[in-house]
Design a protein around this ligand. Structure first.
Ligand code: BGC
Length: 417
């Protein structure tokens, strides 16, 4: 569908811009980095480009997971109005590449040695048909707990190692009158948390089979039912006002001590960083109980469009800056993520960042690095959307039982495939 929509406009935009002669010294970027921590991270990039004389034309579209941003992007591209680049997740890059609207950064990639420094798990999504079509910015991972340290001390809690430990910890917070679990009731947040629940409930092999291979037997198994049971348990620890809450407001509840813990990707750490909070002193980062040793990842990519010739120099500047070692360190320290290259020292990262880098390396080597289904790295967008929809209906009581949830999930994924 994307292909049909876009194909005519690809030609039209090429012609429309062909007459320009001088390079346009501007980078137009579509993204969903609108929270405090995200804006701070983006400023690192704006600053680097400004030093090279490039102006920044911002196209922000709020909403984690990028659903709203991707709707806006589709409209822009259909109108032949290509941004220099757009933030994108995994399978979306491949969709646009298949539609023939992406540029070709291979020359820059060769010059900069991206083949050697970018891990294969990311190249799978940034290289299409042998050509580099996107620049990976970072690696995020979703199977984390973010805990307020003062609240943890107050309730006498310790690191939960199993799902049952986690429930016991949430009970302690409840008994102390603190909201145990900070959650934003938006489908992408709920599904992002459920990624971790599935890994914890079924283990690494099960996660891969169900959430990356979309294996039918696994999707309709008792283990998947148990995963929904576990999700239902977690939801009982959420405050009554969670519907529609933005993810960064949920993080703020933990930062302020109004809630004990948030289950969220490590972009949450960007919010702690922006609030000048220190790991170990103000907050704690633990792997989601029962998932230690595995990493569920997503990676923000800058998808590079086939812009007219006079805008290509700006695109190359953006791509080169993005994958430079210094940027990879400076940006990811602020963003909460870890570098998209394997050769960036962890010196400037805080304790959670150092752990993130070490965990990623170990998981990559040990075969326990898995794509997040909620975050665009498990399956193409139609399947991911079907998944988010079912999980959210379950959380909000429109799907009542785990049995029903599994039946709906299998059906929705089948329809979307
Ligand atoms: C992106 C992160 C972003 C988060 C919340 C995720 O999909 O990968 O970079 O911080 O959404 O907006």
């Amino acid at each position: 569908m994307l292909r049909k929509l876009l194909i005519g406009t690809a030609l039209a935009s090429g012609l429309a811009f062909a007459a320009h002669a001088e390079d346009v010294k501007e980078v137009q970027m579509l993204h969903w980095w609108t929270s405090g921590g995200e804006a701070a991270a983006l400023n690192v990039l704006k600053g680097d480009l400004a030093k090279e004389g490039y102006a920044w034309k911002d196209v922000p579209v709020a909403g984690g997971g990028g659903d709203a941003a991707m709707t806006a992007l589709k409209a822009m591209v259909a109108a032949g109005n290509y941004p220099t680049a757009s933030q994108m997740l995994g399978y979306t890059v491949l969709d646009y590449a298949a539609a023939g609207v992406m540029g070709d950064l291979t020359e820059t990639a060769k010059k900069e040695g991206w083949d050697k420094s970018v891990p294969a798990a990311l190249q799978k999504f940034s290289v299409y048909d042998g050509k580099w079509v996107a620049a990976p910015v970072n690696v995020h991972s979703v199977n984390w707990l973010w805990i307020n340290k003062a609240v943890m001390d107050k309730i006498g809690g310790t690191e939960p190692k199993t799902f049952d430990d986690f429930i016991a910890l949430l009970d302690k917070a409840k008994a102390a009158g603190v909201t145990p679990l900070a959650l934003g009731g938006q489908n992408w947040q709920e599904a992002t948390m459920f990624d971790s629940v599935v890994l914890s409930t079924g283990g690494p092999e099960f996660y891969k089979k169900a959430m990356n291979d979309l294996d039918d037997e696994s999707l309709k198994s008792d283990t998947m039912k148990k995963s929904f049971d576990n999700l239902a348990k977690l939801v009982t620890y959420v405050d009554p006002n969670f519907s529609g809450r933005d993810w960064n407001l949920a993080t703020a509840m933990v930062i302020k001590g109004d809630a004990l813990v948030q289950v969220m990707g490590d972009w949450a750490k960007g919010e702690f960083h922006a609030a000048n909070k220190t790991p170990g002193t103000d907050f704690l980062c633990y792997r989601f109980p029962g998932t230690d040793g595995s990493v569920i990842y997503n990676s923000d990519m800058f998808g590079m469009f086939n812009v007219p010739d006079d805008r290509k120099a700006a695109q190359v500047a953006l791509a080169t800056a993005t994958l430079s070692k210094s940027f990879q360190s400076a940006f990811n320290v602020v963003k909460g993520s870890v570098p998209a290259r394997t050769d960036v020292p962890d010196t400037d990262f805080d304790a959670c960042g150092k752990k993130g880098i070490a965990d990623l390396k170990k998981a990559n080597e040990g075969g326990t690095l898995f794509g997040s289904l909620a975050q665009g790295y498990g399956a193409p967008p139609a399947v991911a959307n079907a998944y988010k929809d079912v999980v959210s209906k379950f959380v909000h009581g429109q799907i009542k039982t785990s049995d029903e949830a599994v039946t709906e999930l299998v059906k929705a994924i089948d329809d979307a495939k």
